[in-house]
Write a protein that binds this ligand. Structure first.
Ligand code: NDP
Length: 336
C-alpha cells in the first residue's frame, strides 16, 4: 500500500527552536536520533511512523551517522528511502546530519579521522541517503593518531565542496574542543556544534566543556539524554522483554547496567511526579536547563515515547529546591 504523507500544518506551533551557539542555525530543542530502531531489524513501517510523528510535531533535526544500523549504513539507507518516498518537498525544512569517526569499513582507511576517511565516508553517506549535502557533518570522535590540522582541513574542504553546510565534532574533551575551534576559526569553517553525551547519570560536560562552548559560541546537541532509557519509566519495575537492555543487538546497554540505576530512577520519578511530569520529561528539561545545550537528541522505539518526550517543553523551569533535590539523589547514587 502506498502511503501519501502530508505534514501536519500545525507542526511549528508548539516546538521550541534554539540557535546552535552564536550561529544562525536553529534546531528543534528535541531532535530524533537514528542510532537504534532504524536498522534492518526494525520494520520500515515503524521507522516511517517515527519520522512522520517527529516531523509532524516540529522536530526538524534528524541525527544520523555512517555506522548506525544494524548493519552499519542501514540507518542512512532506510532514512534515504523514507526521505525520497515522502519528504523531498520538505528538504529545506529539515536539518540532517551525519558523522564519521568510528569503524565503517575494513582496513586502515575506514575509521578515525584522516582526510582520506572523512571525505570518502561522507561521499558514501550522501549516496546512501540520496542527498546532495548534509546540513551538519560531524567528526564522531577525536583521533589520537591523526594531526588535528588534517581533520580540520578535511572538514573545511567538505564545506567548501558543498557537501555540508556546517561542521561539528563529537566526544571531544574540553581541551580538544578548544584546539579544534582555533584551527577551524583560522580556516573560516562554520563550526557550530559539539555532540557530547549528557544526562543526569553522566555530567562530564559540566567540568569545563560547557564553558569552552559558550566562549567559542558553539552549541551543544547532546546524545543519550535519557541514559538509553534508564531515565524514563521503562525500567522502574524491572527489565521489559521488548526494551533496549534486553535486546541482543544493543551491546551498549545490558541488564547489568540497568539494575543498579533502578532505585535512583524511582527516586527521581517521585520528583518528576511532584512537578507533574514523567521521568523522561523531567530528565530532558533538566538537560535543556543548561545554556550551552541547544537540543537533546532522543531515541525512540515507538511514537508514544516521542510524544511523551516532546511534552517536556511544557515545563522547562526548575526551582532551586528541585535542583538541589535532584543533586542529592544523584550524589547518593552508587551505580557509577
Ligand atoms: P536516549 O537516551 O533518548 O534513549 C533512547 C531509548 O530510551 C529509546 O530507544 C527507548 O528505549 C527509551 N525511551 C525514550 N523515550 C522514552 C519515553 N518517553 N518513555 C520510555 N522510554 C523511552 O537516547 P539514545 O541513547 O538512543 O541516543 C539518542 C541519539 O543520540 C542516537 O540515536 C544518536 O543519534 C545519538 N548518539 C550519538 C552518539 C555519539 O557518539 N555522537 C552516541 C550515541 C547516540 P526502548 O528502545 O527500550 O524502548
Amino acid at each position: 500500500m502506498i502511503i501519501v504523507y502530508q505534514a501536519d500544518e500545525h507542526r511549528y506551533d508548539t516546538m521550541l527552536y534554539r540557535n546552535l551557539g552564536t550561529s544562525g542555525l536553529k534546531v528543534s530543542a528535541i531532535a530524533l536520533g537514528f542510532w537504534h530502531n532504524f536498522g534492518d531489524t526494525t520494520p520500515l513501517s515503524n521507522q516511517k511512523k517515527l519520522v512522520f510523528d517527529a516531523f509532524d510535531r516540529g522536530i526538524t533535526y534528524f541525527d544520523l551517522a555512517n555506522n548506525y544500523g544494524p548493519e552499519p549504513g542501514a540507518a542512512e539507507k532506510n532514512f534515504g528511502k523514507i526521505f525520497h518516498d515522502h519528504l523531498t518537498s520538505y528538504r529545506d525544512e529539515m536539518v540532517i546530519s551525519s558523522k564519521a569517526g568510528y569503524t565503517m569499513w575494513p582496513g586502515p582507511y575506514g575509521d578515525w579521522g584522516s582526510r582520506k576517511y572523512l571525505i570518502a565516508s561522507l561521499d558514501q553517506s550522501l549516496k546512501r541517503m540520496g542527498l546532495d549535502y548534509v546540513d551538519i557533518f560531524y567528526h564522531h570522535r577525536p583521533d589520537p593518531n591523526t594531526p588535528m590540522e588534517e581533520t580540520a582541513r578535511a572538514l573545511d574542504q567538505i564545506v567548501r565542496d558543498g557537501k555540508a553546510l556546517y561542521v561539528g565534532i563529537s566526544n571531544y574533551s574540553a581541551d580538544q574542543t578548544k584546539q579544534m575551534a582555533a584551527l577551524l576559526k583560522d580556516l573560516g569553517t562554520p563550526f557550530i556544534v559539539h555532540q557530547p553525551r549528557y544526562n543526569m547519570f553522566d555530567r562530564w560536560i559540566e567540568d569545563g566543556l560547557t564553558d569552552v562552548l559558550e566562549d567559542e559560541g558553539v552549541g551543544a546537541v547532546v546524545f543519550s539524554p535519557l541514559a538509553q532509557g534508564r531515565l524514563t519509566d521503562r525500567y522502574l519495575h524491572g527489565i521489559p522483554e521488548d526494551s533496549r537492555a534486553n535486546r541482543s543487538d544493543s551491546p551498549f546497554l545490558s541488564k547489568d547496567r540497568v539494575e543498579p540505576t533502578i532505585r535512583i530512577a524511582q527516586q527521581l520519578n517521585e520528583v518528576a511526579q511532584q512537578r507533574g511530569q514523567s521521568l523522561a520529561q523531567m530528565a530532558l528539561a533538566w538537560n535543556l536547563r543548561q545554556k550551552a545545550v541547544s537540543s537533546v537528541i532522543v531515541g525512540a522505539s515507538r511514537t508514544a515515547q516521542l510524544d511523551d518526550n516532546i511534552q517536556a517543553l511544557q515545563h522547562l523551569d526548575f526551582t532551586a529546591a528541585e535542583l538541589a533535590n535532584i543533586d542529592r539523589i544523584l550524589n547518593g547514587a552508587e551505580f557509577k
